[in-house]
Design a protein around this ligand. Structure first.
Ligand SMILES: Nc1nc2c(c(=O)[nH]1)N[C@H]1C(S)=C(S)[C@@H](COP(=O)(O)OP(=O)(O)OC[C@H]3O[C@@H](n4cnc5c(=O)[nH]c(N)nc54)[C@H](O)[C@@H]3O)O[C@H]1N2
Ligand SMILES: Nc1nc2c(c(=O)[nH]1)N[C@H]1C(S)=C(S)[C@@H](COP(=O)(O)OP(=O)(O)OC[C@H]3O[C@@H](n4cnc5c(=O)[nH]c(N)nc54)[C@H](O)[C@@H]3O)O[C@H]1N2
Ligand SMILES: [Mo]
Length: 645
């Protein structure tokens, strides 16, 4: 029996990007464990990783190309599939225009080699691509307004923190790398405060848990700042010497009392004063923000109010402090490889409004290609997305399973998982660059996105500049990092820190803004949420047990759970464990009622990622909307009613 252990990196859509070991016996991975040599995950893995092999070897996984003929998928060869796709592209480019071709890249895996995907479409001409984001754009854009460039603290720097405010983040479910940092702060008698309207799996780990009314955290941040100012403990040196707009910000802070703010965010003021004590007594405080905060129309107001609170609390540019949100997962690469400058003027669709954009498109989309995404399950306004994608005359999807998007395809291309690929992965949760070493040969006839695009490229006259061996492309894409003294060998042997990211950003209190100063918010804008005639805010958040829509049908034989406050549930006549209807102006979904005595009464919690095929697509109820800053997606600006059947 041939045995080996392969060092690799989990490329799934998660801020951990764990260093893992694939234990291989006779070309089959038998287990995945955390790599103890990895500086962050210390041998740990999460639920998602523990169960990933079930996905890799699942019988529903598609391992050869499929073509839809009279509504049914039949197996075809790669030759046929790629010839047909290339033929269609050429036909559209000749008879219509490249603009009638849409490329949509999801968030499934954001590795180095993915840069060549879009390059292919840029070499074709002015094809239509997407803009905006369904994940973290708002956070980055908002923080850029304050810091100039968003730079987060290295996770290891939390060893210097005496307190942490976890704000809208659920690391126990979504990113276990942070868990040892939290434990470490507590072991040193520090405090960890969670601010999340929902009772998440992370709550039991924290010293204090504040549950504000969803979407109103800006008031909470201002209340805390007001208390620090009233008590004369705000960081005056930083606010006056290193910040722009301090007078305007102070006017906002003083426009209400702490109690008035407390009422607006619906948190008992004693709890807010208790957090203020932490900010005063347990310095330095690390503010660690998640992605839940992004999913609001006015998310920038919240994010900027928290950044400003970080400034008032003396956390900016201080070891163990900071207001950290995320990292740039494409940071180590040469972005020119995407080839966007080849087509500066072109049509871009808001990805979160895909259904709308397709319906209104002129010229119309004749062909769309989707890789590493499941827009039908994951974009808001799912019924619209589904209808519009069904009307695209030629739809190509490349992925692993026939999910809600895959089943609509005219051609489905089976893609390798990271265990079957060579590539490089950076992360949106830390600044390590990790190796992707192939552990096993591709399953069945699967090909990586990279191979697919190289094979397609061979069929076009730009082949000489586009079709290159994998290692050559890696050298090209990684050039900025290689020039900083990191070698590919170092990465493939285990990984390396991105040399451009500091452990503690802004130590010199100089910011990459036009003035060199930290820019405090000077306006305050936070209108009431939408659809107040529906009773509950729909919190369609990340589940612990699975990742985004990476599911099989076999795992989806029960209805979605809806968690509701127990008293509310009883008032509505719901029975725990029984079917109920969650509905609004967009549709209705049957769910199983779950009661939680401690949950806020104004919201319901439903995990995201289920498929419509299984009656579990929560995005059938969410609103297609673009956030005011950063072109993000305000999924949580959705309200619903719940009733018994
Ligand atoms: N197991 C698992 N892991 C995942 C994922 C998954 O689906 N499953 N998804 C991955 C992806 S794509 C991402 S982007 C990350 C997300 O990682 P996280 O940001 O940690 O997770 P989310 O569930 O998106 O949001 C975090 C929390 O924000 C809270 N929240 C929402 N609105 C508000 C608000 O107005 N105020 C406050 N204070 N809190 C609010 C939610 O209740 C939620 O508990 O996780 C990644 N990891
Ligand atoms: N209601 C609601 N909806 C949400 C959110 C929410 O909070 N609430 N959160 C949003 C967030 S944060 C995100 S990031 C998006 C995610 O939205 P998507 O990116 O559309 O969702 P995924 O389910 O991650 O789909 C990725 C697919 O790519 C496949 N895949 C993985 N690796 C590869 C690869 O290398 N090549 C190819 N071709 N395929 C691959 C996976 O098997 C999976 O099927 O969803 C958003 N949707
Ligand atoms: Mo995300």
């Amino acid at each position: 029996m041939e045995k080996k252990i392969v060092k690799t990196t989990c490329t799934r859509d998660c801020p951990n990007s764990c260093g893992i070991l694939a234990w291989v016996e006779n070309d089959r991975v038998v287990k995945l464990t955390g790599n103890k040599e990895h500086p962050l995950n210390n041998g740990r893995t999460c639920v998602k990783c523990n169960h990933y092999l079930e996905r890799v070897y699942h019988r529903e996984r598609i391992t050869y190309p499929l073509k839809k003929v009279q509504g049914k998928f039949i197996r075809i060869s790669w030759e046929e599939a790629l010839d047909e796709i290339a033929g269609k592209i050429k036909e559209i480019c000749q008879t219509k225009s490249p603009e009638s071709i849409l490329y949509y890249q999801g968030f499934g895996a954001r590795t180095a080699l993915k840069l060549v995907n879009k390059r292919f479409f840029n070499l074709l001409g002015k094809t239509t691509v997407t803009k905006g984001t369904i994940c973290g754009g708002t956070g980055e854009s908002s923080q850029n307004l304050d810091f100039g460039t968003r730079i987060s603290h290295d996770l290891k720097d939390y060893e210097n923190s005496n307190s942490m405010i976890l704000w809208g983040r659920n690391p126990v479910a979504t990113g276990v790398n942070l868990v040892p940092m939290i434990e470490n702060i507590k072991a040193r008698k520090g405090k960890v405060v969670l601010i999340d309207p929902v009772n998440t799996q992370t709550a039991p780990l924290c010293t204090l848990h504040l549950k504000p009314k969803p979407g109103t955290d800006a008031y909470l941040a201002l209340a805390l700042s007001r208390i620090l100012h009233d008590e004369g403990v705000a960081d005056n040196d930083f606010l006056q010497n290193h910040c722009l707009n301090y007078e305007a910000y102070k006017r906002i802070v003083y426009s209400r009392t702490a109690e008035e703010y407390a009422a607006l965010c619906n948190v008992p003021s004693e709890q807010i004063f208790a957090v203020a004590e932490v900010l005063k007594e347990m310095k330095p405080t690390a503010f660690v923000l998640g992605w839940g905060l992004h999913r609001w129309e006015y998310a920038h107001t919240t994010l900027r109010a928290i950044d400003a609170l970080g400034a008032a609390a003396g956390s900016i540019g201080v070891a163990g402090g900071g207001v950290s949100q995320g990292f740039e997962e494409y940071a180590p690469y040469d972005w020119s490889i995407w080839g966007d400058e080849l087509q500066p003027k072109r049509r871009r669709f808001y990805m979160q409004l895909l259904g709308e954009e397709l319906k209104n498109a002129s010229p119309k989309i004749e062909m769309a290609m989707i890789t590493a995404g499941n827009p039908v399950s994951m974009l808001p306004n799912a019924n619209r997305t589904k209808e519009a994608l069904s009307e695209v005359p030629f739809l190509v999807a490349a992925g692993h399973f026939l999910d809600d998007t895959g089943i609509l395809a005219d051609i489905f291309l089976p893609v390798t998982t990271f265990l079957e690929e060579k590539d490089i992965a950076a992360s949106y949760g830390h600044s390590l660059i990790g190796p992707i070493n192939p552990a096993i040969p591709p399953l069945g006839e699967c090909k990586s996105d990279f191979e697919i695009f190289m094979e397609l490229g061979k069929r076009f006259d730009f082949a000489p500049e586009y079709v290159k061996p994998l290692d050559e492309w890696l050298e090209i894409i990684m050039k900025p990092t290689l020039e900083r003294g990191i070698s590919l060998q170092q990465i493939f042997n285990g990984g390396a820190y991105n040399p451009d990211t500091p452990k503690v950003p802004y130590l010199d209190k100089h910011f990459p803004t036009s003035t060199g100063k930290f820019q405090l918010m000077k306006d305050f804008e936070l209108p009431e949420g939408r659809d107040l005639d529906y009773k509950y805010q729909l919190m369609s958040i990340a589940p612990k047990d699975w990742l985004c829509s990476e599911l099989s049908l076999e795992e989806q034989t029960t209805l979605l759970p809806v968690k509701i406050n127990a008293e509310e549930g009883l008032k509505l006549g719901l029975v725990e464990g029984k079917v109920c209807i969650v509905e609004n102006q967009f549709g209705a979904i049957r769910c199983i009622a779950e009661f939680d005595g401690e949950q806020r009464k104004d919201l319901v919690v439903i995990p995201r990622g289920g498929w419509g095929q299984a009656g579990r697509n929560i995005n059938e109820l969410t609103r297609g909307l673009v956030s005011k800053v950063g072109d993000g997606t305000p999924y949580y600006e959705t309200r619903v009613n719940v009733r018994s059947v």
